[in-house]
Write a protein that binds this ligand. Structure first.
Ligand code: GLY
Ligand code: MN
Ligand code: MN
Length: 429
């Protein structure tokens, strides 16, 4: 078990002081009838345990400094059908817990653990546990006449873990880089495979093929493979249209590797050659992306990339007569939102849209080494009488994953080309 996992639990235990924290993993989800979705553990739970079975709860006992796992029992009959389960005895060894018990003992052991504990933290508002917490408290309070105190202070556990997850440690960075690398290679493969007349799902298959054969069984989110006008639907996921000669193809896809997400977007011509109008707008989005990435550095405010990208995008909108006026006037009025209506990016980690308050206490946070963010400006031109016809139905986004380093930043998804000449050369090859 990586040493960093123990460190994370110890750091959280230190933050808890005398308190107890309870963190359940995610439930198995039914897809239909008796078929389930592929199991995905809760990200906070994974971060602290690396334990990947459903029906598990982590308890951190701050006063005794102990990490306690509740998990499914060994079950030889069920294991014939569903595969290996650790069971408490093996889990305690393999994942370095101090104690482990059957999940069936949770409701009897928790009231005991909570006796005379001043404070309790859990993911407040998580339906699968709020009701159980109430039951445990009721059981401890019932013992008041025996001189037992129940917790009197309560708090949301997740923000404490969010702050830790915001800064990635060396092990996490290595896994994120690998997720980014596999995702980038998949985009290269998709670019090389794309031809007019193919269906979007055929290109999607190229991405998934590369993910899976590299040990990343699932995408980190639904892949967007959007030809032509479909790129103007931001969360397009049908991926079932035919690719036309002369159209652009926008692909937003990334794999999940060992729990960590990649999230890359590239936009390129289906036939391998950008047209004049496509080139105009592509160069604007690329310049915006590069301007935003340049702002990612320690000490810079989190909104600096968005502000830099917006000025470049708005200047482009004016240059190509999508809008009239001045850069400052258009930013002031918000008119640019007709063509650019989403944010510049998000933290990335175990979740593709990773945790961490962006504006704690109302002030923009500053970038710190170990943070990872996406940068993903775009332009989306829906048909409109006020806009030159040549640009109608063009949708372009360019997205990379960027780590904040001590001296600036590292774009760890750069292996997939984004300069026009490089894209055209790759597609000719
Ligand atoms: N693919 C989701 C996003 O770019 O935020
Ligand atoms: Mn994306
Ligand atoms: Mn993204």
């Amino acid at each position: 078990m990586p040493h960093s996992l123990l460190q994370r639990r110890q750091q959280l235990l230190a933050t808890l002081g005398d308190a107890i924290a309870v963190l359940p993993t995610a439930p198995l989800q039914v897809r239909n009838a008796d078929a389930h979705y592929p199991y995905r553990a809760d990200s906070h739970f994974l971060y602290l345990t690396a334990f990947d079975e459903p029906e598990a709860v982590l308890v951190l006992d701050g006063r005794r400094g102990k990490s306690i796992l509740f998990c499914r029992d060994k079950n030889p009959d069920m294991e014939i059908w569903d595969g290996f389960r650790y069971g408490p005895a093996a889990a305690v060894e393999a994942f370095d817990f101090d104690e482990a018990y059957s999940i069936t003992e949770l409701d009897t052991r928790l009231p005991q653990l909570l006796e005379n504990v001043p404070a309790l933290f859990w993911p407040v508002g998580n339906r699968s546990i709020d009701g159980r917490v109430a039951g445990w408290l009721e059981a401890v309070r019932a013992r008041a006449r025996a001189g037992i105190d129940a917790p009197q202070r309560f708090g949301d556990l997740l923000p404490l873990i969010d702050e830790m997850r915001l800064i990635k440690d060396e092990r996490e960075l290595a896994v994120l880089h690998r997720a980014g690398q596999i995702s980038a290679e998949a985009h290269v493969r998709a670019m090389q495979a794309t031809r007019p007349g193919m269906y979007e799902y055929e290109v999607e298959a190229e991405l998934l093929h590369h993910f899976i054969r590299n040990g990343a069984r699932y995408p980190a989110y639904e892949s967007i493979v959007a030809g032509g006008a479909n790129a103007c639907t931001l969360h397009y996921a049908a991926n079932n249209a035919r690719l036309n000669d002369g159209d652009l193809l926008l692909i937003d896809a990334g794999c999940e590797f060992r729990g960590y997400a990649g999230d890359i977007t590239r936009t390129f011509p289906v036939n391998g050659r950008f047209s004049g109008p496509q080139r105009d707008l592509y160069d604007v989005v690329l310049a915006a992306e590069l301007a935003a990435i340049a702002e990612v550095k320690p000490g810079a405010a989190l909104d600096a990339p968005a502000n830099a990208a917006l000025r470049v995008l708005v200047q482009g909108m004016l240059d190509y007569q999508l809008l009239q006026g001045t850069v400052d006037g258009v930013i002031e009025s918000g008119d640019y939102r007709r063509f650019y209506m989403h944010g510049i990016g998000h933290f990335i980690g175990l979740d593709v849209h990773d945790v961490g308050a962006r504006k704690p206490g109302g002030q923009w946070r500053t970038f710190q080494p170990g943070m990872c963010t996406t940068i993903e400006p775009g332009l989306y031109i829906r048909p409109d009488d006020r806009v030159p016809v040549a640009y109608h139905h063009i949708g372009i986004r360019i997205e990379d994953n960027v780590q904040v380093t001590a001296s600036g930043h590292y774009v760890y998804t750069a292996a997939v080309p984004k300069q026009i000449d490089d894209i055209e050369a790759l597609m000719r090859g």
